[in-house]
Design a protein around this ligand. Structure first.
Ligand code: PLP
Length: 421
């Protein structure tokens, strides 16, 4: 742990500070070299990076809290929402941008809670499969809802029978993932949305991961089960532009089939001396750069650009999957629908793992590959840049399988951890 910094007595020149930052970054994940797998989506696109630098620096100071002061931002956000809506076949709906998947999910849970309260539900709950992203647990925790979770089926997908069984009159929102993070599989959205609609309950599709890739996956000829607003009963959807939309961080959309739900998202307050305060998202001051960055990214890539990147991601995913499947002792889990998946140790005739996958992960760590450890295996998520490193990765993995020791006991983690008490 670094020494706590004292407050600087004097200012430091720019060059010195930039050099200090370069040094500080020495141990950061090497995403430019294709060594990071879920935190950064490396689009392998130098021109797009130049665009990001230019647009980001144009909008460092502006504040999207007041769109009347910055009509450019209002227009760009409205256009991003419109372009996202077209992509997921939403007509006549509404939505907003947010800072990321977690905020989009918070907003969807919040509007569903408000709608449930309006229906007279006193202790609303949210129903998800166990594979749903922790953002739902977090939203329930912050917003005072119960979180009901049902086990996933043997195929890694939400089990519709278990979820329908758990669906009661307190349910404010049924959730389906497209796909879920741990296994990269798409939940049976049509079954879940139909069951929810039968009971008058909204259904949210968490397409934070898939929202900007599945449309193009379908367009390049891959099989995609129904997941978007074409499915009756889907009432809201989150899709992160800072993931497979290749925008820089801080950009997601939350969309509603019924514009009245978007009105519930707004927080309006005038009981203070400052006049009416209206805010559509969790943040007050809203950074402008992610809005402009997302707008510029979508228009720069366009349909053909996204299709080209989807092809690279698809082909590279196949190379990873086939290569991993060909290594004795390893298996890819759950027939993933997209470009992310779990792999782990194959089982012997008695169901015992044939190797210590955590020991294999230790060797991969030593070689600089930042794979996430999950409960049952390792997690891999493919970005366009990984096309350059897949062969090297597979050679290192085969070697790690052949030569590893027992696990050093590193826990499976996703995200950070609080400081020790
Ligand atoms: C399926 C899914 N939903 C939601 C999120 C949360 O997104 P964010 O980290 O942008 O808040 C993630 C993040 O990976 C995700 O994979």
């Amino acid at each position: 742990m670094a020494e706590p910094a004292s407050f600087p007595a004097r200012g430091q020149p720019t060059e010195e500070l930039l050099e200090a930052i370069r040094e500080l970054r020495a141990d950061d994940a090497d995403w430019r070299g294709g060594r990071a797998f879920s935190l950064v989506y490396n689009a392998d696109d130098a021109e797009l990076e130049t665009l990001h630098d230019a647009v980001g620096s144009m909008f460092l100071a502006e504040n999207a809290l007041n769109p009347f002061a910055f009509p450019s931002l209002r227009r760009m956000e409205a256009e991003v929402v419109a372009m996202a809506s077209a992509l997921v076949h939403l007509e006549g709906g509404d939505g907003s941008m947010s800072s990321g998947g977690t905020e989009s999910i918070f907003l969807a849970v919040h509007t569903a809670r408000e709608a449930a309260r309006a229906r007279g539900v006193e202790n609303p709950s949210v129903l998800t499969a166990a594979t749903a992203h922790p953002a739902f647990a977090k939203a329930c925790h912050y917003l005072g809802l119960d979180h009901l979770r049902t086990p996933h089926g043997p195929d890694g997908r939400a089990d519709p029978a278990a979820m329908i069984d758990a669906l009661d009159e307190r349910c404010a929102l049924v959730v389906a993932s497209a796909p879920c993070y741990p296994f990269g599989v798409i939940d049976p959205v049509a079954d879940l949305a139909a069951a929810a609609a039968d009971r008058g309950v909204p259904c949210h599709v968490d397409a934070c991961l898939g929202g900007w890739l599945l449309p193009f996956w379908e367009e390049i000829g891959e099989r995609v089960p129904p997941w978007d607003f074409r499915v009756p009963g889907v009432t809201s959807l989150s899709a992160d532009i800072h993931k497979y939309g290749y925008a820089f961080k801080g950009a997601s959309v939350v969309l509603y089939r019924d514009p009245a739900m978007m009105r519930r998202q707004w927080f309006l307050y005038d009981d203070w001396p400052g006049g009416l305060y209206g805010s559509p998202t969790a943040a007050g001051t809203r950074p402008a750069a992610p809005i402009a960055g997302a707008w510029a990214t979508i228009r720069h890539l366009g349909r053909t650009g996204y299709q080209a990147k989807a092809r690279v991601v698809r082909d590279t995913t196949l190379r990873f999957r086939n290569g991993i499947g060909a290594i004795d002792g390893l298996e890819v889990r759950h027939r993933p629908d997209l470009s992310l998946f779990e792999f782990g140790a194959a089982a012997d005739g008695d169901g015992r793992p044939v190797l210590d996958i955590a020991g294999v992960a230790d060797v991969m760590d030593d070689r600089g590959w930042g794979l996430d450890r999950q409960e049952g295996g390792l997690h891999l998520m493919v970005s366009p840049y990984h096309a350059h490193v897949v062969d090297r990765f597979l050679a290192d993995l085969a070697d790690a399988v052949a030569h590893h020791d027992a696990s050093r006991g590193r826990a499976s983690t996703y995200g950070g951890a609080p400081p020790a008490p």
